[in-house]
Design a protein around this ligand. Structure first.
Ligand code: DX5
Ligand code: ZN
Length: 226
């Protein structure tokens, strides 16, 4: 399989007042990416951070900033996030059914990596055209909780989506987000997920490095046996 494991702590569970040191702590503990949850208080009932905070963090790290846009108008965020130094730009299909093609193009011309996310109630078939497009998304984020908050319970029934995607697209980056940790990673990894977002399980652990390493090993093991 051509995809590598990416462990992405969700900075939503960090101490936002000490974002740079929290980011350094996660990277020292073995994180590959930093997952940044951008919420507008409209697409989801929570309000978090935007481009100004990404810009501030970028001054303190060269890490891959995996931005997850839980916003109603993702197109409006492309230019500000490009300027701020975002790396990945993952939008929700539910907000972009009519303009995803333009959106993907703008994200790519901004030098960012385009990804698409889907809520638990959205059928996986809806994102096939985006993966098969001439200008495709490079990552699919399968939500394993309703977007909006950290600390929710993992929905194992979402693994059907992951399995279908992995079967169809062996080299696609498939990310899972919500309720991932030591007790759920095995299920997600064997379904075929390679990018793992985890907030409360990592930040809540006495030794985050151990949780990150356990999740990486689980993905590697699943890849070897698949
Ligand atoms: C939820 C966010 C997640 C969240 C995950 O809407 O997209 O990234 O921070 O947190 P945990 O791992 O605690 O479920
Ligand atoms: Zn997220």
């Amino acid at each position: 399989m051509g995809v590598t494991p990416k462990i992405a702590p969700s900075m939503l569970s960090s101490d936002f007042a000490n974002l740079a040191s929290e980011a350094h702590r996660m990277l020292n503990d073995g994180a590959d990416w930093l997952h940044m949850d951008i919420m507008d208080g409209h697409f989801v009932p929570n309000l978090t951070i935007g481009a100004p905070v990404i810009e501030s963090l970028r001054k303190h790290t060269e890490a891959y900033l995996d931005c997850h846009l839980m916003v109603t108008n993702p197109l409006d965020y492309v230019e500000p996030l490009r300027k701020a130094g975002a790396s990945g730009f993952t939008f929700h299909i539910e907000t972009s059914k009519d303009n995803w093609s333009e959106l993907v193009q703008r994200i790519k011309s901004g030098g960012m990596t385009p990804g698409v996310a889907l809520k638990p109630g959205t059928p996986v078939e809806e994102i096939y055209p985006l993966v098969e497009a001439e200008n495709p998304v490079e990552l699919v984020l399968v939500m394993t909780v309703e977007p909006g908050f950290g600390g929710q319970k993992f929905m194992p029934e979402m693994m059907n989506k992951v399995r279908m995607l992995r079967q169809k697209y062996p080299s696609l980056n498939i990310e899972v987000d919500g309720g991932l940790g030591p007790s759920t990673i095995g299920t997600a990894a064997s379904a075929g997920a390679n990018c793992i977002v985890a907030g409360s399980s990592v930040f809540g652990a006495p030794k985050p490095a151990e949780v990150i390493s356990l999740m990486r090993k689980s993905v590697e093991k699943a890849q070897q046996t698949s």
